[in-house]
Ligand binder design. Structure first.
Ligand SMILES: [Zn+2]
Ligand SMILES: [Zn+2]
Length: 299
């Protein structure tokens, strides 16, 4: 199937970003957009589109290979579509959780999080290196289960398109039933936050129910102000640095680490170090909870 929902949606993305910029001006929220940050986001989006065009055929070939190996074949039945979409969203959850907990996958995903702003242009920060990072492996089980590769790719595109509009501060909360089932701007603001208790939470693509099922859900607190970005902020709008900095950092760590620890810098969580000199998100969360408890003790 030669249908790419993301390519079709791009003009709508551009129109909505323009609309949000106008909205921020009218509401006195000028700080929501910073032109260098938006420029970097647009350039990363453009680059990821090129990378996707270059490697899309290889991803499709991997899915086709897995599908051919499988004795199962579901075909193009109408009922396979909703089933494929829901299961693909689960595969996305597993991918996204791994992308935050395994440094190899994080190196590719980090540029989605490197903006300190949260607006619709942030959504365009997609990976350039997802094929190199082998992110497609998370969708192979769907092909092995008998789903058509073309159907899987359309569902993956729809999940990505869905996630565009949730990158905004313009929408506070939606009706309760919608917030309960779907990923929303409120849930995804938490995902992009570096506040200690928000780290590594709300991995959902379309349905927030996965986070609730697997214990990674954190609702947004209306009192605590959200800080966006990554634990060690990029401090640069340089495009190539934004895209490749974590790969370069991994290479440095692997080179300088003692032999017994080299591979751990690839598969352990971001922030892990063999000498305990750095902090992982779990360590940051524990330290913040300890500080809160101590602050509560009578002096
Ligand atoms: Zn993420
Ligand atoms: Zn996002």
């Amino acid at each position: 199937m030669d249908f790419d929902p993301v390519a079709i949606a791009i003009p709508v993305f551009v129109a909505l970003i323009a609309g949000e910029i106008v909205w921020t001006r009218l509401c006195g929220k000028r700080h929501a957009y910073e032109w260098r940050d938006t420029g970097t986001s647009l350039a990363i989006g453009l680059g990821s589109t090129v990378a996707g065009a270059l490697t899309g055929g290889l991803t499709a070939a991997m899915l086709a290979g897995a599908h051919a190996l499988s004795p199962l074949s579901i075909g193009w039945q109408w009922w396979a579509w909703p089933l494929c979409f829901v299961l693909d969203d689960l595969a996305y959850y597993v991918f996204h959780r791994s992308a935050h907990r395994v440094r190899w996958f994080w190196a590719s995903h980090v540029n989605h999080h490197s903006s300190q702003h949260y607006n619709l242009s942030t959504a365009l920060r997609q990976s350039w290196t997802s094929f190199v990072a082998l992110s497609f492996i998370f969708r192979l089980p769907l092909a092995l289960a008998g789903f058509e590769p073309g159907m899987i790719l359309v569902c993956a595109g729809l999940t990505l398109v869905y996630q565009f509009w949730i990158h905004t501060e313009a929408v506070k909360r939606l009706p309760g039933w919608f917030e309960a089932v779907m990923n929303t701007p409120s849930h995804h603001r938490v995902h992009h936050a570096v506040n200690a208790r928000y780290l590594d939470r709300n991995y959902a693509g379309t349905f927030i129910v996965w986070d609730k099922l697997f214990g990674t859900f954190q609702p947004e607190d209306d009192v605590e102000r959200i800080r966006y970005g990554i634990v060690s902020q990029l401090g640069s709008f340089n495009l190539l640095y934004a895209v490749f900095h974590e790969w370069a950092a991994i290479a440095r760590d692997v080179r300088s680490a003692p032999w017994g620890h080299k591979l751990s810098y690839l598969w352990r969580e971001p922030g892990w170090s063999h000498d305990g000199n750095r902090e992982t998100s779990d360590m940051i969360r524990k330290r913040a909870a300890r500080d809160r408890d101590e602050a509560r003790l009578p002096g």
